[in-house]
Design a protein around this ligand. Structure first.
Ligand code: HEM
Length: 452
């Protein structure tokens, strides 16, 4: 354990600058080599950065009741929200009830029913690419944002938002952009009632978004009341029919809308960034690209089975999420005093688990900076500590959409690899930038070539 020095005003300003620019650059060499670092942080009071798998296990599982999601994270993710509580930001009993209610929507069997839609959307996107002249340049980050948006909107709402999808998609992007920046007021611990810049910027897109969802939800409620059997079998219908298995109570309309927004915010950018990084890494590794292309070429007919059959593509995707975890930090607040190994954790301390550091930690990985998907092939994968690799978090609050995201990723990648080869445009080495999710700074241009 190594303490960090007390923050001076100049240190705070420097910290603010680093955080506003790119939070992942604020980690020091010690973070990548020490199991636990604790001390007064430049910006967030007493902080404990945990990179030690047994200690992470204690935070997320064994003593999880002592580590609630921290108020700052909750405020950022709830920016501009009015009424309704989504699963991501719910705490205590409300979280338990919501998690019990929503779990049946994400079982492997339920998720498999979306495989056909995932494939159709991916095929349609590749069709569009191949209509362009050979060697056309694509902004692959935008393309991945597009295909994951198409998949999410069709699995959530079927075609209910097709009518005004451009406005809806634009509003979503503006909202994410508004909440994705560190606010100076938060950094200086200004009281919660002082309005943040983000709330102003988020207000208009969120209002548009909520209104559109309200209309869709009301139309669907009316359809279910009129003719239950004819309602589309999508996540919206499932949310409206869901109830807590213990109490039989369903979700309020506000909670349905809050969870729709949660699924979009939590499930869209994360998946699209992970796909973008995977395509970038494959473009740099002829060996793994050839292996992944060969696997895609031999795909079995039913895409619902691909996640369990395509070991190479899955391993490539998992290794991409090791190097570029879409959610690069998880934070909690200690509700009471605890000890993590030899380190004291005072009540109120901010506990930071950073998959970005953890996945590149010198004590946990051989050649941490190298792209080596073989780490995740069957057999080898069992050697990875469950709490050394956390793209989807862990414990009771593990990502509810993990299976959905994995199936979607394998289907999108296999569809692309079966029909195209993407090469990086020279001079386009991407630099990772943290804005809630971890994305490449600027655009990622790639050339598309038809194969097969
Ligand atoms: C929670 C990552 C896709 C919905 C989480 C957490 C992580 C994560 C790290 C835990 C956060 C914490 O403990 O503080 C990812 C990544 C994804 C992905 C990397 C894609 C590659 C999805 C999808 C959905 C989704 C597709 C929904 C359709 C959620 C929800 C939670 C969550 C609702 C909160 C769960 C709870 O607190 O009970 N995700 N996610 N995620 N994710 Fe995902």
């Amino acid at each position: 354990y190594a303490p960090t020095p007390r923050a001076t005003p100049a240190g705070r300003l420097q910290g603010l600058w680093l955080l506003a620019r790119n939070p992942i650059e604020s980690w020091t060499q010690a973070h990548y080599t020490q199991p636990i670092l604790a001390g007064e942080s430049p910006l967030f009071g007493y902080a404990v950065v945990v990179n030690h798998p047994p200690a992470i296990r204690r935070v997320l599982v064994d003593n999880a009741a002592n580590y609630e999601k921290d108020p700052l994270q909750l405020r950022i993710l709830k920016t501009g929200s009015s009424g309704g509580e989504g699963l991501f930001t719910a705490t205590g009993d409300a979280w338990k009830r919501t998690r019990r209610t929503l779990s049946p929507l994400f079982t492997p069997r339920r998720v498999a029913t979306f495989a056909g839609l995932m494939q159709n959307n991916a095929e349609a996107r590749v069709d569009r690419w191949l209509k362009r002249r050979p060697g056309a340049i694509l902004e692959i980050d935008r393309e991945m944002t597009g295909v994951t948006y198409d998949i999410l909107s069709t699995t959530l709402f079927s075609d209910a938002i097709a009518k005004d999808s451009t406005g809806f998609e634009r509003a979503l992007m503006q909202y994410l952009d508004a909440i994705g920046r560190v606010d100076p007021l938060d950094v200086f611990n200004a009281p919660a009632w002082l309005p943040r810049i983000a709330s102003f910027r988020a207000r208009a897109p969120l209002a548009f978004f909520t209104q559109t969802m309200m209309r869709i939800v009301e139309e669907r409620q009316a359809l279910i009341a009129r003719d239950n059997a004819s309602a589309p079998d999508d996540l919206l219908t499932a949310l409206l029919r869901a109830s807590d298995p213990e109490t039989g109570i369903g979700l309020s309309t506000e909670d349905v809308i809050a969870n729709l927004l949660t699924f979009i915010v939590a499930g869209h950018e994360t998946t699209s960034r992970a796909l973008t990084w995977t395509l970038y890494l494959l473009s740099q590794s002829p060996e793994w690209r050839a292996r992944a292309e060969a696997e895609a070429a031999n795909a079995s007919p039913d895409p619902a089975n691909w996640l369990d059959e395509m070991h190479t593509i899955r391993a490539v995707f998992e290794e991409a999420m090791r190097l570029y975890p879409p959610a690069p930090v998880l934070t909690r607040e200690a509700q009471d005093f605890d000890r993590l190994g030899e380190t004291n954790v005072p009540k109120g301390a901010l506990v930071i688990i950073s998959p970005w550091i953890l996945h590149r930690h010198k004590l946990l990985w051989t050649q941490p900076e190298a792209f080596m998907p073989e780490r995740f092939l069957p057999g080898a994968r069992d050697a990875i500590d469950r709490f050394a690799y956390l793209p989807f978090g862990g414990g009771a609050r593990v990502c509810i959409g993990a299976r959905f995201a994995m199936l979607e990723a394998v289907i999108v990648l296999a569809t692309i690899l079966r029909r195209t080869r993407l090469t990086l445009v020279a001079g386009e080495e991407p630099k990772p930038l943290q804005r809630i999710t971890l994305r490449p700074q600027g655009r990622l241009a790639m050339q598309v070539h038809k194969i097969g």
